[in-house]
Every structure is written in structure tokens, then in C-alpha cells.
Write a protein that binds this ligand. Structure first.
Ligand SMILES: [Zn+2]
Length: 172
């Protein structure tokens, strides 16, 4: 398993992971931000969060896989991404049931879903828009695709069922 490249630019007080700035936020921040965006009646909150996560993950992991030329196979790249997700505090993600042509990705533990339930209780609809976008961006980078190659929809959510999250992955 390749180690993450982690650096801290002391003069600027910026943490770099794989050459990109990375900020760690708690569930209070992340879930309040999501609720604020989602509750808006004038913007597409789900779309904003999903698209932003996909853009950032695609750029970040394209750079990470360039940094780690030893990760040649998508399976190795996705194992690296699973480790990143866990270390960044986003929870657990499992890419074992997805291929270049789509499939399913699961999150047995989701930072966003757990945080939401702790703050406001269960909800009626899936809410891990960040995870869906992040998965789409990572898959595109891992399979040398384009940033919009994959369409990811959450079909089951821990914040609804209490039993982990499942994402259906399709190719556009
Ligand atoms: Zn979820």
C-alpha cells in the first residue's frame, strides 16, 4: 500500500495531502453546511455538493495517481482511495463491487450520515451527496476517464436505514 504524501507549509499554515490543500472539518460544520445548502429554495443544493465533490476528487486523485506511478492497476488505485477516505475521516468505502463499466459502491460507515443522525435524527431520503460525488471523481481518475464519465446515485443511506450506504454507479 502506497503511503499518502502529507506535507505542511508552515509559513502559510496549509496542510497538503498529495500536493493539494486539505482541511478537516467535524460533523457539526459539514452537516450544518449541507443542511444550509439543501434547505435553500433558490439553488440546487444536492447538485452543488455532488458536483463540487466530484470536481475536487477527480483533480485530487488524478494528481495522486500521477504522484504514485507504482499504482498502475485500477484495483490498486481504488485500494489507495479507500485508505484515503478512511484517513480523511469520511468513513469506510468499498470499491470491490464496481468495474470500469459500473456497478455498486458501498460505504459501511459514512461520516455525513452518522453526523446527520447524531444532530437531527434519521431522515426519509438519502443524503450522502459528498460521497456520491467523491466516488464519481475517484472512479474517473482510477480508470483514466473524464471527470463526467460516471453517474453515481445513492440508493440506500445510513441516515435512512441505519445500515450503511449503497451507491449505484453508471457510465454516462
Ligand atoms: Zn448515505
Amino acid at each position: 500500500m502506497a503511503d499518502l504524501l502529507i506535507d505542511w507549509k508552515k509559513a502559510e499554515n496549509v496542510r497538503l495531502v498529495e500536493g493539494k490543500p486539505l482541511v478537516f472539518h467535524c460533523h457539526h460544520y459539514n452537516c450544518h453546511l449541507q443542511k444550509t445548502i439543501e434547505d435553500s429554495r433558490i439553488v440546487d443544493g444536492k447538485g452543488i455538493q455532488l458536483t463540487a465533490a466530484r470536481e475536487v476528487a477527480f483533480e485530487h486523485f488524478t494528481k495522486a495517481f500521477a504522484n504514485h506511478s507504482e499504482l498502475k492497476e485500477p484495483k490498486e488505485r481504488l485500494a489507495f482511495a479507500e485508505n484515503f477516505f478512511r484517513l480523511a475521516g469520511f468513513g469506510l468505502v468499498d470499491f470491490s463491487k464496481v468495474s470500469k463499466n459500473g456497478g455498486f459502491v458501498t460505504c459501511p460507515s459514512s461520516h455525513y450520515a452518522k453526523g446527520w443522525v447524531v444532530k437531527w435524527g434519521k431522515r426519509k431520503t438519502p443524503m450522502c451527496f459528498f460521497n456520491a460525488g467523491w466516488i464519481a471523481g475517484v472512479l474517473a481518475a482510477a480508470y483514466d476517464g473524464q471527470r463526467f464519465t460516471y453517474d453515481v446515485q445513492e440508493t440506500m443511506c445510513e441516515a435512512v436505514t441505519g445500515k450503511g450506504c449503497t451507491f449505484q454507479v453508471g457510465v454516462r
